[in-house]
Design a protein around this ligand. Structure first.
Ligand code: F6P
Length: 324
């Protein structure tokens, strides 16, 4: 193996830079040339390639975002877009690639490799959502939950000062993996996630119970993909039940959760999977996502990583209920 490429794709996540750095430095360590593909699959289609040297990744391990930038690329969904991408890779003599991204990125890789089997790709699980099967942690998750926790702590201060009920929406289109730890760590009164059915009546009685227990404010953490809807919708539903113990406010944390300095654990984990990704290509592995389970490196076929669903630990839900 003489040359590899690396790119980041889909939603960016803190720690992606640490991962890029590890891929580049590991490849160079083994005498392999590295090409960075800018702006995900879009850059592959456009031939937006840059040669990566050791110094290209200096001073980036602590930065959020991704120096290679990212994109959600519509053109790659078309056979024509994928053909263009293939031609660009061939021109550069690239057939081994590390993709750092989430389920959409790995699904794209699978379709691409089924059409062009001479291309090998391995993945580093990168998404703040932590919703990939076959790994305990995805790059960006640890930082995102800490960002959410810090933001909710701030909200709690003002909620308390004004006797208010806050609905705080965190990211997680399909999963409550951000919402749950953020709720537990901030002592939220309730958490609403896509994996469990939301009952507004139950929520109102939980809040009422808190009021009776002399709480002077409350926080409800809502994952954006909750079945009833986002935080505004839930707040509306609660108002419809004439729940007037506290003034109601809504905060959407949004993309604040996607940026920022990666935590220490994030940098270490991202560096580890980046290093292992290069080794995996050297070992001839293909179409696998590198992750970790119980601190051990795992290689999960893309097919499995994207189709199966990680289960929520029911004890975490129980913790919110009992401890709040
Ligand atoms: O997949 C990560 C994620 O942050 C989701 O939690 C969120 O729904 C989505 O990306 C937002 O994507 P975009 O930045 O493209 O709007």
């Amino acid at each position: 193996m003489k040359k590899i490429a690396v790119f980041t794709s889909g939603g960016d996540a803190p720690g992606m830079n640490a991962c890029i750095r590890a891929v580049v430095r590991t490849a160079l360590h083994y005498g392999i040339e590295v090409i960075g593909i800018k702006r995900g699959y879009q850059g592959m289609i456009d031939g937006d390639f840059v040669k990566m040297e050791a110094h290209s990744v200096s001073g980036i391990i602590h930065l959020g975002g991704t120096i290679l930038r990212s994109a959600r690329c519509k053109d790659f969904h078309t056979p024509e877009g994928r053909r263009q991408a293939y031609e660009q890779l061939k021109k550069e003599h690239i057939d081994k690639i590390v993709v750092i991204g989430g389920d959409g990125s790995f699904r794209g890789a699978l379709v691409f490799m089924s059409e062009y089997p001479d291309i090998s790709m391995v993945g580093c699980a990168g998404t703040i959502d932590n919703d990939l099967f076959g790994t305990d942690y995805t790059i960006g998750y640890d930082t995102a939950i800490n960002t959410a926790m810090n933001a909710i702590d701030n909200i709690k201060d003002t909620a308390n000062a004004h006797d208010r009920l806050f609905f705080v929406e965190v990211m997680g289109r399909d999963a409550g993996f951000i919402a749950l730890p953020a709720a537990i760590a901030t002592g939220a009164e309730a958490v609403l996630i896509p994996e469990s059915k939301t009952s507004i009546d139950d929520l109102v009685s939980t809040l009422e119970k808190g009021y009776q227990n002399k709480k002077n404010s409350s926080i409800v953490v809502v994952a954006e993909g909750d079945d009833v809807g986002g935080a505004f919708k839930i707040a509306e539903e609660v108002k419809k039940r004439s729940f007037e113990r506290w003034e109601i406010k809504v905060t959407i944390l949004g993309h604040i959760q996607r940026g920022g300095r990666p935590t220490c654990l994030e940098r270490v984990r991202a560096s580890r999977v980046g290093m292992v990704a290069v080794k995996a290509l050297l070992e001839g592995r293909n179409a696998v996502m590198i992750g970790e389970v119980n601190s051990q490196i795992t290689y999960t076929p893309f097919e499995k990583a994207t189709k199966h669903h990680m289960d929520i630990n029911p004890m975490l839900l129980e913790m919110v209920e009992i401890l709040s």
